[in-house]
Write a protein that binds this ligand. Structure first.
Ligand code: B12
Ligand code: SF4
Length: 423
């Protein structure tokens, strides 16, 4: 049986350099699909969907709210051709009732150990409308090595630089930050994968540069120590969400190849200043993630915040506008206060104002978003600053002998060699 898995396209942040990372949810899901299924994958950010050629079942993997309108269009095309469509992924969990109106089946939760049942039902002609595993995650040791072989690798490079490969070593997050849906999605319980399985997966990835997409690497000190110690010999270079702010852990992280981290900058305090300084002292770069439009921010505050970012010499900054995504704590508050201005999901891209800010008009917040990007990057654009970060990783790779020039022809040769060996 053949199944077509599609990742619908989504609009990138205005003002940010447009780049496309290889999708993660779909390749992790693919590892949970029974082996007998022939899987065809289409990433609509890089490929075109052929509505007249597909498997007996179409599976849509949807991560962001802003992907939903396009996902519904895709589903409608296939369903008009009598091809059943199943939806899964993060945005499906966040918008399950609405998704059900566009789907033959809706899958909620994590797929490991659960998709065989769906296939059996489909084959027996009794596909259920809803497979609901929310709040009931599978045993974390069932998470296997993602099926990166379904990706067309040559689609993921930017001006000859190969994009990072995505990987995760844990699920869940014990924190419950106000703009975030993770508490609802994966639960508040931190669920680390067994370290040997993570290492096995890392070893299977040929790319030397990775994005470790765990929600937060600040949840379990002992596990972090073991993880970073086990990662160090692999000499990978990686980007991640925040790492525990602790000198021993930061040193281990740097030795394990930490290249730069995303660090939320929410105020101009010494806590942030010192955290950024400590990361830099350990040779770890910092990409600040700055949410604009919170209730404590007025126009002056935002301008001061942007000055502060330049003062603490962030390597890169990513500005977004506060967006009240369904099932985030901030959504519940704004709904109660009657401050949601739009439920048009195509506007939920994190660069458009969809709520009524407390200390300025929506129009002014939108202008300040552009102001922030333009002021921070006045001395050199986003591409230039990212270029600096890349130069740094190349230098480290040259030093430890892991630098590899990206050559699509060589990759194809390598793939053929592997296929021949497998036969
Ligand atoms: C990695 C990540 C990214 C990466 C994505 C890279 C990529 N190409 O995949 C990047 C950095 C690009 C990214 C960007 C953004 N992200 Co993001 N991101 C995440 C993160 C941390 C992990 C997602 C992930 O890969 N999880 C692991 C995979 C394995 O899990 P999964 O997708 O759920 O898949 C499992 C199941 O769902 C199932 N499954 C998946 N697909 C399918 C399909 C079918 C048919 C079935 C049956 C099952 C199934 O199987 C899998 C295994 O069990 C999440 C937080 C989180 N914990 O989820 C936020 C998250 C998805 N991001 C979020 C946001 C807000 C953003 C941004 C909009 C803003 C920002 N800066 O954060 C930007 C996009 C801006 C823009 N417009 O350009 C929000 C989503 C909000 C929303 N409702 O849209 C999240 C939830 C975090 C949060 N703040 O709450 N993000
Ligand atoms: S923002 Fe990060 S640390 Fe906070 S709840 Fe979400 S995933 Fe966890």
């Amino acid at each position: 049986m053949k199944m077509t898995l599609i990742y619908p396209r989504w609009p990138k942040l205005e003002r940010q350099t447009e780049f496309h990372l290889p999708p993660h949810g779909p390749v992790v899901f693919a590892a949970a699909v029974p082996e007998e299924i022939e899987l065809e994958f289409v990433d609509e950010n890089r490929q075109t969907v052929d509505f007249d050629q597909c498997g007996e079942l179409v599976a849509l993997s949807v991560m962001l709210t802003a992907q939903l309108p396009r996902a519904f269009e895709i589903a409608a095309e296939f369903r008009a051709r009598q091809v059943p469509v199943i939806f899964g992924g993060i945005a499906v969990m966040l918008h399950s009732e609405e998704v059900a109106l566009h789907a033959d089946a809706v899958f909620l939760g994590e797929a490991e150990g659960r998709f065989q049942q769906v296939i059996d039902d489909f084959r027996a002609g009794r596909l259920r409308k809803l497979y609901d595993y929310m709040g009931n995650p599978p045993d974390i040791s069932l998470v296997g090595t993602a099926r990166r072989d379904i990706l067309k690798r040559d689609l993921y490079n930017y001006r000859g630089v190969q994009m990072l490969d995505l990987v995760h070593a844990s699920r869940g997050c014990k924190f419950n930050c106000f703009p975030c849906c993770t508490g609802y999605l994966g639960g508040r319980r931190f669920r680390p994968r067994p370290i040997d399985k993570v290492i096995e997966e890392l070893e299977s990835i040929r790319n030397n540069r990775l994005f470790v997409v765990d929600n937060s690497l600040a949840q379990d000190r002992q596990w972090l120590k073991e993880l970073f110690t086990a990662m160090a010999p692999l000499k990978k270079k990686w980007v991640s969400h925040p790492i525990l702010d602790d000198d021993e852990i930061l040193k281990l992280a740097a030795d394990a190849g930490a290249w730069y981290v995303y660090q939320a900058v929410f105020d101009t305090s010494d806590v942030i200043r010192n955290r950024v300084r400590r990361l830099k002292e350990h040779g770890i770069g910092v990409e600040g993630t700055i949410i604009l439009g919170t209730d404590d921010q007025d126009e002056d505050y935002i301008k001061r915040l942007v000055d502060f970012l330049m003062e603490i010499e962030l390597d890169v900054a990513e500005f977004t506008i506060l967006t009240p995504f369904p099932h985030s704590p901030i959504r519940a508050q704004y709904e109660k206060e009657g401050r949601i201005l739009s439920n048009d999901w195509s506007r939920y891209t994190a660069d458009k104002v969809v709520f009524r800010p407390k200390r300025m008009s929506p129009e002014r917040l939108q202008e300040l978003y552009y102001y922030a990007w333009e002021t921070f990057y006045a001395g050199g654009g986003h591409q230039l600053k990212m270029g600096e970060l890349f130069k740094r990783v190349v230098k480290r790779e040259m030093e430890d002998g892991t630098f590899r020039r990206y050559d699509p022809k060589r990759r194809r040769g390598f793939q053929k060699q592997r296929e021949a060996m497998a036969e």
